[in-house]
Each structure stands twice: as C-alpha cells, then as structure tokens.
Unconditional design. Structure first.
Ligand code: FAD
Length: 451
C-alpha cells in the first residue's frame, strides 16, 4: 500500500523519543510507526493497585529540563524521590546513612581495601567537583555545546585508567554503580564515569524523579494524545530521502506499506537507525556502529508487607556481591505523603552489564528465585512478603560511551537534510537526551515545513 497524501512528518519508533517528537508535531499531519505492539520502548511499568512494577527507566530529570516540560504537558505527577540515592550493602553490612566519605570506615573490608577506598574516594570526589563545573549550564548557551563539553571531559582514558587497579571490594563498589550505565569501568571514558556519579547521586541536577503510577503512564499519555497517528506493529525497513522529502517503507502483519513525508524523525536505537536509513554519510554510519549497548536483567518484586520496612527510606542501594547489582525502592516516593504506612510496596532489582552477562543463560524462574533469596539475605525475613516477581531482559538495554566518544558527537548530530535523528544514544542523559533530541528534531522539521 502507498499512501496518496504526503505527510508533514513520519516518526520511526514509538519510544519516548519518537512519542516526544510526534507530540511536538501533533498539530501537523504526522504518523508514528512503532515495530512492536506497545509504545514506550525501554520505558515499561505495570500497575498493581497503588503501586507499580517497574521494568525499565525509572528516574527522570527535574525542573527546567525537557522531560519536566513534557511531564507537565501530559499531566504527570512526578515528585523527586526523597529516599537515599547512595547506599551500599557489602560483605554482610548495609550502610544507608551518613556521607559517602564515611563508607570506607563503616563497610567491613580488609585494611588495604579501606585505604584504597579512601584514596579512590577522594580522587573521585575531586573529579566530580570538576565535572560539576564543566556540566553547569551557561545562561543562553546551546545545550549541544554543553553536551559536547561534558563528553570531552577526560575522554582520552577509561575510568579504570583514571582509578587505577583497585582491590576487589573497592572495584566492585564502583562497578555496581558505574554499570548502571551498562558499561564497565574498563570501557567507559573516565569523565563519563565521573559524571555518572554526579548524575545518579545528585538530587537536584541529576535523574531523581519518579512518575506516580509508573513511567508507562507517561508514554501511554503521549500516545493517547496522538490517537490514531500511532501505528503499532509497523516494522520500518527503509527511510530514503530525495530533494523533495522522504519515503518510508514498512511491513505490518507481513503486508508492505510505503508513505511519503516532507521529513522524518528516526527515533530508533543506533543499531536500527544504521540499518534503516539509506545514504547516511560514512562518518555518521560509522559513529552509529560505534555505540555499544549493554544488557540488563531486571526483577520487579511486588511486596505485601503490612507495616514499615527497612527499605522505606532508601531509593537506590548498590549490592555488588549479590545476584543483582542494584536495588531500587519504587515504593519510596509514596512514603513521603503518608500519615500511616500503607501496606505493600514494589522493589526493582537488576543485574547490569557484566552482572547480567553472568546470569544470561539462567532461566527466568531461577533468576526470580535467586533475586528473592538475595533480597531475603539483605533484609532477613522479607521473603514471605514477596507476592510476585516479573523478570524482564533487555539484551541491548542502554547505549554507553567508550573512550573517545566525544569525537563521534559531530557525525552523530550533523544535519542530514530531511532526516532527523533522535534518541538516548545521542548524549549522556538517557531519557532526557531522548526527549531533548526529539524536541530539537521537531523544531527543525517545523523550520523545514513552515509553521
Ligand atoms: C533497565 C533499564 C533502566 C533504565 N533506567 C533509566 C532511568 O532510570 N532513567 C533514565 O533516564 N533512563 C533509564 N534507562 C534508559 C531509558 O530507558 C532510555 O534512555 C530511553 O527509554 C530511550 O528512549 P528512546 O526512545 O531513545 O529508545 P527506545 O525506548 O528504545 O525506543 C525505540 C523504539 O523504536 C522501536 N523500533 C525499533 N526498531 C524499529 C523499526 N524497525 N521500525 C519501527 N520501530 C522500531 C522500538 O520497538 C522502540 O519502541 C533505563 C533503561 C533500562 C533498560
């Protein structure tokens, strides 16, 4: 089937980037093509009464961000999580209070490791302070300039080269937080690794808002606002541009379709974009090829406790010697507004990067059992509270930079005529980058089509 009318824009991919681009163009003749039967991509949650099981992205950017604007426009209630963002369980002890600089003296570890952690901690804190200066927005500055400055910070060596070889306990402590980005300390540029601690430990400037009801409410609200402009089950195979516009080909239930538009937003992961956009400049194609994605195995646990739990004041807990490398308390954001502790809650745990690779061949049911056992080991007596466990695998979960990433930024972001790229792989703020690049693509298309 070939559509007769030329559309203003075709958006490929119904993740947050594609939906955000289409949302900004919703007054125009726009079509969203999503390959699967659901929108949201790597944003995925399922409601369970007052709580939700979270299976993908969970924390979002704060005031003044592109996410903030879109959350407000779709009527989402997205409070900042109040629980601790930096807590650790290591060698049988959980430390969830006090400054991170006190951790080396409170976590059980051999003296040599303690000394190494103090040294590495000081080095890291100094670098984070330097990064914070570099990452600070300059009034009136193009966000792309700020992004490049952040990517260029200590981009010539790996985090491992920056930190030096560390004793096992210290290495695992850093690794469990850094692999939240899906990359290992040996792969990530030092500056990105340093910046990652800034991103996930910083309540004001980082990613620290939860969406009440679960993040899928956000992508569902965007899709609902777009109505029948969103086509699910449409697998795009090619995006070709010529002097007058773009032609997009896709199949839907085995039937081939084609449509023309003045412009396209390609909001698919880098490895898909590389395959479906024809005629890409060589340097852009090579840059898309150079973006690795690391895996995650997520376990989302619905709990049925009747009263307060030791995790109530926690949001993020690093668990380097468990089957999962991180634990997040999805119920934390609900606790703030309570006068009496309501029953039930929801925890999300995951094994990321190498932690996920080690588990990859284990069956989901066995992973669920291991996650439950480790939860019980962390918080004795809680196994009986678990009502449901959902396991979600993301083989290509999150794109992560490698040393020299800043050199890819120009080929990834240069103008490509009527084809505009959007997605998290174009920067370092995950969902915020996805939304920001989508907003920018929509604005450029308005410039091209007028209005
Ligand atoms: C476990 C986990 C935890 C995370 N936590 C956070 C977090 O707390 N905060 C944060 O900001 N980010 C987080 N992220 C990252 C975040 O999920 C992503 O940055 C974001 O969702 C990416 O959005 P996107 O639209 O760029 O890509 P995607 O969500 O991947 O969307 C791309 C869409 O394109 C579709 N598609 C692919 N191929 C085709 C094709 N040929 N034709 C048509 N459609 C196609 C896909 O089905 C998908 O729906 C997390 C990710 C994971 C996996």
């Amino acid at each position: 089937m070939v559509t007769r009318d030329t559309l203003d824009a075709i958006v490929i991919g119904g993740g947050i980037a594609g939906l955000a681009a289409a949302w900004d163009l919703r007054d125009r003749n726009v079509l969203v093509l999503e390959a699967t039967d659901r929108v949201g991509g790597r944003i995925k949650s399922e409601p369970r009464g007052d709580v939700w099981l979270n299976l993908g992205a969970h924390v979002f950017s704060g005031a003044g961000s592109a996410s903030d604007r879109l959350l407000a426009e779709t009527g989402m209630h997205a409070p900042t999580v109040s629980g601790r963002l930096a807590a650790v369980s290591l060698n049988g002890k959980l430390v969830a209070s006090g400054g991170v600089e006190t951790f080396p003296f409170r976590l059980p570890m051999p003296l040599m490791s303690r000394v190494a952690l103090v040294r590495a901690g000081i080095k890291l804190r100094l670098a984070v302070a330097q990064y914070a200066k570099i990452a600070a927005p300059v009034p009136g500055e193009d966000p792309a300039v700020r992004q490049l400055r952040m990517l260029q910070f200590m981009d010539d060596r790996s985090f491992r080269e920056f930190s030096g070889t560390l004793p096992e306990d210290v290495d695992l402590l850093f690794r469990s937080t850094l692999t939240r980005s899906s990359g290992e300390p040996e792969q990530l540029p030092a500056g990105y690794g340093v910046g990652y601690f800034h991103l996930v430990w910083n309540r004001t400037a980082g990613l620290s808002r939860n969406i009440l009801g679960g993040p899928t409410r956000f992508t569902d609200a965007l899709a609902a606002g777009l109505g029948d402009r969103v086509h699910r089950g449409a697998v795009v195979s090619s995006v070709r541009q010529d002097a007058n516009g773009v032609t997009v080909s896709w199949t839907d239930a085995g039937v081939a379709h084609e449509a023309r538009a003045a412009a396209a937003v390609v909001a698919t992961p880098a490895y898909v974009t590389r395959e479906i956009v024809t005629g890409l400049p060589d340097d852009t194609a090579a840059a898309l090829n150079a973006i690795p994605y690391g895996p995650y195995i997520v376990g989302s646990l619905l709990t049925g406790e009747q009263g307060a739990k030791p995790w109530d004041d926690l949001y993020a807990l690093a668990t380097p010697k468990r089957s999962f490398s991180m634990l997040f308390n999805m119920g934390n954001v609900l606790r703030g507004g309570e006068t009496t502790r309501r029953p039930g809650g929801s925890l999300m745990v995951y094994a990321a990067a190498g932690f996920a690779r080690r588990l990859w061949d284990v069956a989901d049911a066995d992973i669920a059992s291991r996650f439950r056992e480790d939860l019980a080991a962390l918080f004795p007596g809680t196994d009986t509270e678990v009502r449901e466990v959902v396991v979600q695998r993301w083989e290509r979960g999150v794109p992560h930079p490698i040393v020299g990433r800043s050199k890819l930024q120009a080929p990834l972001t240069k103008p490509l005529g009527r084809v505009h790229l959007a997605g998290d792989y174009l920067g370092s703020w995950h969902t915020e980058t996805a939304i920001r690049t989508a907003t920018s693509a929509a604005a450029q298309i308005r410039g091209q089509i007028g209005g």
